[in-house]
Design a protein around this ligand. Structure first.
Ligand code: BGC
Length: 365
């Protein structure tokens, strides 16, 4: 349960289950959950991705196209439009169902707005895999494949503390907190992971959130948009940092990290320790140049490959392999997950971390 982004609706769903005497179906292995009767090796496989809010999503589309084709399937890969995202994705999933897709892999644009579509997919006999972002409040999600998002948050929180300590041996340290878009179920998981590391230091007074803004509603960045993070940082500098030094900023990803750094630089302030995630090209360059402090390596190639391997198991009529059947409760059920391990990257270990990445490795020289 600890990893769940429980929205009000999810809390209500859990309460309703408790009232009706149903359990949350942990460990349920009946044939309706995740099993597939097998399907033709050239079947249609749908992939519905959110809009391209970060580089990982841009990479995923091409990797799915190529990987599904290579494995012999008919891939149908779609991105939600940059605006009108939710309705667009709902329509795309519906059309994949109509085309008879046997598996639908979904990177949710809004995790709490897809229950009608995934239930329709299920009713049509398709297996639904939530990719990177969990889909909330429905039983019709068979699998979840993602990097361990709570661990991502823990690594970010620890990197922030380590980076500040390396610059200034003793605290107290003054920080600000940023989180992702509230329609992405990952945002709360990242934030909770980071706060599990930062809260004890905040309670002990060795770390102080200068603005006092510690609630996820205050720290959220709508749409994961750089301009929203940049304008919030501009306001924080004006309200809180005319004379106080800002030592660190918890940023949930690279796009927002660079926006925060842009804001600080424009204000003529020294760059604080800023965390990130995704190993975006511009952020790896920034880390090597000594600006952004850290990122997270969540190799998109490995995640897409894992998702396609799951399709292969389902095609043969097997269940897909999972390695975590307890952590990701979506408000209706615990979704069996295959979690990959994220890696923290700073200037110190960048060469090693990207040794197998032909795009990023040359940047570490
Ligand atoms: C992904 C991150 C990404 C963010 C914004 C999250 O769901 O896990 O890797 O930075 O979305 O696109």
């Amino acid at each position: 349960m600890r990893k769940v982004a429980l929205t009000a609706a999810a809390v209500a769903a859990v309460a309703a289950l408790a009232l009706s005497g149903c359990s949350s179906r942990t460990g349920d292995t009946t044939s309706t959950d995740g099993a597939s009767a097998g399907f033709a090796a050239d079947s249609t496989i749908g992939v519905a991705l959110p809009s391209k809010t970060s580089e990982n999503w841009v990479l995923a589309g091409g990797l799915f196209e190529d990987g599904l084709k290579e494995a012999g399937y008919t891939g149908d890969v779609q991105y939600a439009a940059a605006s009108g995202t939710v309705a667009d994705q709902q329509g795309q999933i519906q059309s994949m169902v109509t085309k008879g897709a046997k598996v639908i892999i979904i990177g949710a644009a809004d995790g709490s707005q897809l229950s009608t579509q995934v239930e329709a997919a299920h009713d049509a006999g398709a297996v639904v895999i939530a990719y990177d972002r969990l889909i909330l409040n429905t039983d019709a999600v068979d699998y979840y494949v993602a990097y361990d998002n709570f661990k991502v948050g823990e690594l970010q929180g620890q990197a922030l503390l380590d980076g500040m300590k390396a610059k200034k041996a003793t605290g107290p340290y003054t920080i600000e907190l940023f989180s992702g878009s509230s329609d992405d179920a990952n945002s709360a998981v990242f934030f909770n992971g980071a706060m599990s590391v930062l809260q004890p230091a905040i309670d002990a007074g060795t770390v102080v959130v200068g603005s006092g803004q510690t609630d996820i509603k205050q720290t959220a960045t709508a749409g994961w948009k750089a301009e929203n993070a940049q304008s919030r940082m501009d306001s924080l500098i004006t309200s809180t940092y005319s004379s106080t030094t800002l030592d660190g900023v918890l940023s949930p990803n690279d796009t927002l990290a660079r926006a925060i750094i842009t804001s600080v630089k424009a204000a003529g302030k020294p760059i604080p320790v800023v965390t990130g995630q995704d190993s975006e090209v511009e952020s790896v360059k920034s880390i090597m140049a000594g600006e952004q402090y850290s990122t997270i390596n969540k190799d998109t190639r490995a995640l897409v490959k894992q998702a396609i391997d799951m399709v292969g198991q389902l095609q043969k009529g097997d269940k897909a392999t999972t390695n975590d059947d307890k952590s990701y409760n979506n408000g209706s059920k615990v979704v069996p997950a295959f979690l990959l391990t994220p890696v923290i990257v700073t200037k110190d270990n960048a060469a090693e971390a990207y040794a197998n990445d032909p795009t990023l490795e040359p940047l570490t020289k």
